[in-house]
Design a protein around this ligand. Structure first.
Ligand SMILES: Nc1nc2c(c(=O)[nH]1)N[C@H]1C(S)=C(S)[C@@H](COP(=O)(O)O)O[C@H]1N2
Ligand SMILES: [Mo]
Length: 207
């Protein structure tokens, strides 16, 4: 039974599926800064840190990560550049699954997601552990393609898609918020949270 369960993102249950000032796309665009990384299963790892916000600090090898229990999520995707791709069927490891391996201190209020080539994105812990959030390995029953984040990307359906970081390698818990790549002023100053339904596109000067 559990195996066949599909989590439908609460946003996908909305009557109106397209957030304000977004346009539906049928093709799946590819959007990222920099190069597409190569993948080596022998050296790939996934780390959860730092001590003492996380105990124990944990590292999964590729074999260990792929043996974690899987979840399946049906969700929409909204890029801040105004395209929305509806009806995505993701399979992977629920962010909440990490809580079966580490204890996260209540002092941890934010997460920094770390990816290949130093890409990063920040989000509140509560959003990160949403029940529709996962580390996706598959999209529409196929392995992710290199362009779309192979082997693993984060998917956070309720926030703009730049938080759905491709080529993820680690999760850093933080007591205080800090901008990631697109959130930093040099790269556009995208919003620290990024809720598409209230158009949290850019940071205010004070943030
Ligand atoms: N590592 C990494 N992940 C990233 C980005 C990036 O620049 N680097 N861009 C984000 C943005 S802005 C979007 S809209 C989505 C796009 O995902 P897609 O290329 O699979 O459509 O990836 C996000 N994940
Ligand atoms: Mo985006």
């Amino acid at each position: 039974m559990m195996q066949d369960e599909v989590i439908i993102s609460p946003d996908t249950r909305r009557e109106e599926r397209i957030p304000p000032r977004q346009v539906r796309t049928v093709k799946w665009p590819i959007l990222h800064a920099g190069e597409v990384p190569s993948f080596n299963p022998k050296t790939w790892d996934f780390t959860i840190f730092p001590d003492p916000l996380v105990s124990p600090v944990t590292r999964f090898t590729w074999d260990e990560f792929t043996r974690l229990p899987r979840t399946r999520v049906f969700a929409d995707m909204h890029c801040v550049t105004r395209w929305s791709k509806l009806d995505n069927f993701w399979e992977g490891v629920a962010t909440r699954e990490l809580l079966n391996h580490v204890t996260v201190s209540p002092e941890a209020k934010f997460v920094m997601v770390h990816c290949e080539y130093g890409f990063s994105t920040n989000l509140p812990v509560a959003d990160f552990f949403g029940d529709d959030c996962l580390f996706a390995l598959k999209h529409d029953a196929q392995d992710l393609t290199p362009d779309h984040g192979y082997p693993v990307r984060l998917v956070v359906p309720k926030l703009y898609a730049w938080k759905s970081a491709k080529w993820v390698r680690g999760i850093e818990f933080m007591t205080d918020d800090r901008p990631g790549f697109w959130e930093s002023w040099e790269n556009g100053g995208y919003h620290m949270r990024g809720d598409p339904w209230v158009e949290q596109r850019f940071r205010e000067e004070s943030q």
